[in-house]
Design a protein around this ligand. Structure first.
Ligand SMILES: [Zn+2]
Length: 140
């Protein structure tokens, strides 16, 4: 849905709701857009606020992904700092802890989506964590 600020030739301003820009232009070309005050069909579109903002700095668009990435990196660092890497034996180790065969501790490691699902099915708390590329290699 697109809301457009419209104006008739008598300078009456009103809002028009259209499915899309094309829908508006189509209705306008067929004389279906009329001023609600004077029924004038000579309608022009006023520059709407979003259009006027196009020239504004694009900082706001860039800030969020960067912040998200920073937050993710921070979370991953915390996990890495506070867990023991058990690598491919993660599902096995998680099971041992769950069934009391080994003392509970925080571990991390690799598990396939199927293994993760199986663990969750068994009631074992696992948190899939997206690993940024930087953490996939050997840790320094
Ligand atoms: Zn009018």
């Amino acid at each position: 849905m697109k809301v457009l600020d419209l104006q008739c030739s008598h300078h009456h301003s009103f809002e028009g709701w259209f499915a899309s820009q094309d829908d508006f232009e189509n209705q306008l070309a067929r004389g279906l857009v009329a001023c609600p005050l004077c029924a004038d069909t000579t309608i022009t579109k006023k520059l709407s606020a979003p259009r006027l903002n196009l020239s504004a700095p694009q900082e706001t668009a860039n800030v969020e992904p960067a912040q998200l990435e920073a937050a993710l990196m921070k979370a991953v660092r915390q996990v890495v700092a506070n867990t023991e890497d058990v690598g491919d034996s993660f599902p096995e180790e998680a099971r041992k802890m769950h069934y009391g065969e080994t003392a509970a501790r925080n571990i991390r490691g690799q598990a396939t989506p199927e293994q993760t699902e199986a663990l969750i099915d068994e009631g074992i708390a696992v948190v899939p964590l997206p690993m940024p590329e930087a953490f996939k290699g050997p840790l320094q």
